[in-house]
Design a protein around this ligand. Sequence first.
Ligand SMILES: [Zn+2]
Length: 302
Amino acid sequence: MPGSIFNQQGVFMKVAICGGTHGNELTGIHLVRRWQKTPSEIQRNGLELSTLIANPAAYQQNRRYVDNDLNRRFSLKDLNDPSLQSVEELRAKEINQILGTKESPKVDFIFDLHTTTANMGLSVIINSLDPLVKKAAFYIAQKLPDVTLFYQDSDRNSDNFLMSLAGKGGLLIEVGPIAQGLLRAEVFEQTRLAVMAGLDYLEMHLANEAPEVPEQLPGFQFVEKIKFPEDENGQLIGMIHPELQDKDYQPLNPGDPMYLLETGETVYYQGEPGLVPSFINEAAYYDQHHSMSLMKPITIKL
Ligand SMILES: [Zn+2]
């Protein structure tokens, strides 16, 4: 683990970078390994860095998870529930001892690195009310092209994401499209640059040299996951319509083609207007037959 580096004022912040929270999202795992070999790349004045491969058991099996999704196991209630004993429930409790505990965190800020099979580019997901977390996300959005911001305000204790273990919360970096179990150089590099920009911002903030970021930026808020068409036995009977495939973040209007059934029939969107799809045809959603998430455009304020 890298040692502490204090800036001139002696102010410091503890930051953890986590990869492999989903075991078949290799980008974060390989970035964490890179930084374990060359920690100088992530060292910043005033920051104490640590790195973690979050779900090594799932990674060994090249699976998203062994028993259940690790990134839904971090609510205070679940961490303190001794009856929860799945591979991921136990791993969440271990990570709670390493980075948390949730009630008394050892780290201030977590970057959690993910990938998606959907054509979403670089998305930065903010779950925290803390202005510093939002500012770091806004800075990443300013520095890198085509960043999409997701914002979900959440109560830290009930939040079940890994990054909610940190005192301030953190940022989930989600890059795609990339298949599960794969590395792609441009996805690796986009993810790396997002973390670099985030660390740069934290360093400048601690040195009281942070550049101005906008007071507000456009983004999206999660509304709901929607399901593929199913038959009466609950079997999946359709796929994403070719006109919708890869159209993440583009408005979905009533009457737009949504699914192509196995029969060749088209199913049209009939929900409310003004929403945009994300995670279209996300492979990790197939276990629940979810086809995409619908998001609402919002303004994110500091
Ligand atoms: Zn993931």
